[in-house]
Design a protein around this ligand. Structure first.
Ligand code: FES
Length: 575
């Protein structure tokens, strides 16, 4: 609303040439005079793409949203934005998160839209859509596509991603046949929907709910469930009222909402990618929420959701158990949730979740029988990571949480692939594997290679985990004692760039430290010799914009010029 008048009326409201021009083409849709008489125009921002199989059902789902919008007296207009399919995009969908957010923001700004339903599913689509919509700050509600059905293979349940990493290691270790490996591929992705482990997609859907940007219960409903269609219709109904109430993202996304989301992430054992995305989302609102808040707020919150990769169940089970309202209720009861924050349905978080109960106590547990006593993201700072590095304790091995080991260094991912299988590699399970130049600038897009595999000769000997340190990310479906997002990254001359084979590194998760035990004079000499790596693909096109503008991992990897709210306003006329 602008002074009580709908924004779209600046396009459609006049009886002059401008109104004529904007209305006449829209009549191609069959829109009648009533559509232009001051009803909220609702944008349905759709990330459907056949190249994003997780979002393949979005055309049908959008029809349910439209039904709800019409029912509530609004006018739905669907529009496409760049879709980021995690399973296909190279080098990484993360390279394009900020680009997609610009598509969303400018599509909202340029068009006669009063409020928007964001249709997100696959990993990066959720943060990209939220970031763009926040900067435009029109009334916004997010609808997730929902997780796919649980995977099945030879009578057992298998999880997206998590079991791929597990099976690949089993094949390398000679414990799984190639035939079974291929057989599992056919049974893993049984329907449309996002990965059904608590990977990045499920995490971001869950945290969107914890932030208050969705209707209650949105995150866990499977993609092909009737209740997914129903919540789509309800979401369409609700956005019309949000426009009438002028309820905007900046009303919902307060410091308290982000604190709720960080604690929810600890409770669900969520993806480390959420660290980057929440930092970037908060940066769009203009909050000072930072990396240290992740550690501080999540530290005393246990992981109570028993889902892969931290636990054993999958999203269908989580839905059966009651989903996010139960988790948020548990947090509320423990004093770990601010129940007073307003959410997209206009009610407070406490009003939404206070009555929720777990229908499957082994899937959503209580604080008394939690999976991990401290589920929060650990932020490690020290001489190796002055800006910070992150570790997910619920996915790590307890015996490696306090450890000093000898570094085995890989200068980049190509060097890792060349060196890791060398039978003469001088490595044992007490060593610390260090991978450089996979950060936001060093390997543009900061790929999910942080859980790089162990040396095959150790896998064959039965070793299942070792400390790995990098400036890369890790898939939300992965696991292991993996230290990620080391900042500053190696490619900009961070301390990681100076590590050499044989250096000692100390990981002290209790003290939140990550230190390179090399004398400063030695490091100074290495720094003098260090050369900034060249960008492999040259510097032009979108990559040029990305490299000029991307921030480090401890800032959320947004473009510096995209931070903050710019509001949609009403652009100048073009005719
Ligand atoms: Fe799309 Fe996992 S590949 S959610």
């Amino acid at each position: 609303m602008n002074n009580g008048k709908l924004r779209s009326q600046a396009w459609f409201g006049g009886r002059d040439k401008t109104g004529f021009l904007h209305r006449t083409w829209m009549r191609n849709h069959g829109l009648t005079d009533e559509a232009f008489d001051g009803r909220p125009i609702i944008g349905i921002c759709n990330t459907f793409s056949e190249l994003t199989p997780c979002n393949a059902h979005f055309r049908e789902l959008a029809e349910k949203v439209k039904r709800g919008v019409w029912q509530a007296g609004g006018v739905p207009l669907e529009f496409p934005v760049m879709s980021l399919g995690e399973s296909n995009m190279r080098p990484s969908a993360m390279l394009f998160r900020n680009l997609a957010s610009m598509d969303v923001e400018e599509s909202l700004r340029a068009n006669p839209i009063d409020g928007v339903v964001l249709m997100a599913g696959c990993d990066k689509t959720t943060p990209a859509l939220l970031m763009g919509a926040i900067s435009a700050d029109l009334p916004t509600i997010l609808l997730s596509g929902g997780p796919m059905l649980n995977g099945r293979f030879k009578g057992r349940t298998i999880g997206s991603g998590t079991d791929i990493w597990r099976f690949a290691e089993e094949v390398k270790a000679g414990r799984m046949s190639q035939e079974d490996f291929m057989g599992a591929e056919a049974g893993m992705s049984r329907s449309a929907g996002s990965c059904m482990t608590m990977g990045t997609a499920s995490t971001m859907a869950s945290l969107s709910e914890a932030l208050g940007m969705t209707l209650p219960g949105n995150a866990a409903i499977p993609a092909v469930e009737a209740r997914r269609s129903v919540i789509a219709t309800r979401t369409g109904q609700r956005i019309v009222d949000m426009v009438r109430e002028d309820l905007r993202p900046t009303d919902i996304l307060t410091d308290a909402a982000f604190a709720n989301a960080v604690r929810a992430n600890a409770a669900i054992g969520g993806s480390t990618n959420a660290v980057l995305h929440l930092l970037a989302i908060a940066g769009r609102v203009g909050l000072s929420f930072g990396l240290d808040d992740w550690d501080r707020l999540g530290r005393d919150v246990p992981t109570i959701v028993n889902l892969m990769p931290s636990g054993e169940y999958l999203m269908e089970d989580f839905f059966d158990a009651g989903g996010m309202p139960v988790v948020l209720c548990r947090l509320l009861e423990a004093g770990h949730l601010d129940g007073g924050v307003v959410t997209a349905n206009g009610r407070t978080m406490a009003e939404n979740v206070a009555e929720a109960v777990s229908h499957r106590p082994d899937v959503i547990r209580g604080y008394g029988d939690a999976l991990t006593a401290s589920g929060g993201i650990v932020v490690l700072k020290g001489s190796l990571s002055p800006g910070g590095a992150v570790l997910k304790p619920s996915a790590a091995s307890p015996h490696l949480m306090q450890h000093t080991g000898r570094a085995i260094v890989f200068e980049d991912y190509a060097h890792y692939k060349e060196k890791i299988a060398d039978p003469d590699l001088d490595v044992d399970e007490t060593c610390i594997l260090v991978l450089k130049n996979c950060g936001p600038r060093g390997y543009p897009g900061m790929p999910e290679v942080g859980n790089f595999g162990l040396p095959p000769k150790l896998l064959k000997a039965g070793v299942t985990d070792m400390i790995r340190i990098s400036d890369a990310r890790m898939s939300g479906t992965a696991y292991g004692t993996v230290i990620l997002h080391t900042a500053p990254e190696a490619a900009v001359g961070g301390a990681l760039a100076l590590v050499e084979d044989g250096d000692l590194i100390t990981v002290d998760t209790e003290g939140r430290r990550l230190d390179l035990l090399v004398e400063s004079e030695v490091l100074d000499r290495r720094r003098e010799r260090w050369k900034r790596p060249s960008v492999p693909e040259g510097k032009s096109g979108y990559l040029s914009l990305y490299l000029d503008a991307v921030e480090q991992a401890d800032q959320g990897c947004d473009f510096h010029f995209l931070k903050g709210v710019r509001r949609a306003g009403i652009p100048l006329e073009s005719h």
